[in-house]
Ligand binder design. Structure first.
Ligand code: MN
Length: 259
């Protein structure tokens, strides 16, 4: 199996190195990732600047391609230019910090995996809860087990719908406070982050703003990624990037819009 590993925390991030190590047991891994951290850039791509690529020493005698661009740029370049052969799977992570609820829309980690799916490849995004000590290797091993099951248990698992590859968003709770209760396949929550702006004053007396807030940890009685995650489960959410609100199409047609 050929595996493309990428991320949004940058090519030298410990989470990527852990994922690369864990997935090397499944096949041949190639790393193509942004040279610097690109968290929360979402599905941005670079249009007005050239993109340079550097072969980089990742330690342990392994090399990767550092891309001076976004996570989505990295996957596009990998698949169309850098890889000699099409990989069998794209794995993005292990991201430092969860990607739950609507946060998937801001996530460069998820966007990189989605880019793989746009190219028709099964893809996974893997994230672990931020904590004082982060067990990236533990999260990467969990990802490997889930990927193995996704890839080896029959071709029916490689297509959620005919012609569309599976795109999985995997979130792993803090592993230093105990084993997860198990794994749950759950829909994405519509919650994410309770935001607020911190208003500060710069040395010249001018106001500036810095966004902050807390992760939403509850999803009142709803069976969702956020609810299951904070109950202590590893969550797996199959994602689709058809953003159409299918339930509303008939309603809006009923408005008889005219020009
Ligand atoms: Mn990140």
């Amino acid at each position: 199996m050929r595996i493309l590993v990428t991320n949004d925390d940058g090519i030298m991030a410990p989470g990527l190195l852990a994922l690369r190590r864990a997935l090397a047991e499944l096949g041949e891994v190639t790393v193509v990732a942004p040279t610097v951290a690109q968290s929360a850039v979402g599905h941005a791509i670079t249009l007005t600047e050239p993109i340079r690529v550097h072969r980089m020493n990742l330690g342990d005698g392994l090399w990767g391609y550092g891309v001076q661009g976004s996570p989505a740029d990295s996957v596009k370049l990998a698949l169309l230019e850098l890889l000699p052969e099409r990989p069998d799977i794209v794995a993005s992570g292990v991201n430092l910090g969860t990607n739950l609820g609507v946060n998937v829309l801001y996530s460069g980690t998820v966007a990189a995996a989605a880019e793989g799916a746009f190219f028709g490849l099964p893809s996974v995004a893997v994230s672990i809860e931020d904590s004082d000590v982060v067990d990236f290797d533990g999260a990467a091993r969990i990802a490997r087990r889930l990927i193995e099951q996704m890839m080896t248990d029959g071709p029916d698992r490689s297509g959620a719908r005919p012609g569309e590859p599976v795109l999985l968003n995997i979130n792993v709770p803090d592993l230093t406070s105990g084993e997860p209760k198990g794994v749950k396949v759950v829909p994405q929550s519509m919650k994410g982050f309770s935001e607020r702006w911190e208003r500060r004053t710069d040395p010249r007396g001018r106001t500036y703003y810095w966004i902050t807030g807390d992760h939403d940890r509850e999803d009142q009685g709803i069976n969702s990624d956020i609810a299951a995650f904070y109950e202590g489960y590893v969550t797996v959410t199959p994602l689709a990037f058809d953003l159409t609100d299918h339930d509303r199409v008939a309603d809006v047609r009923g408005w008889d819009l005219t020009l």
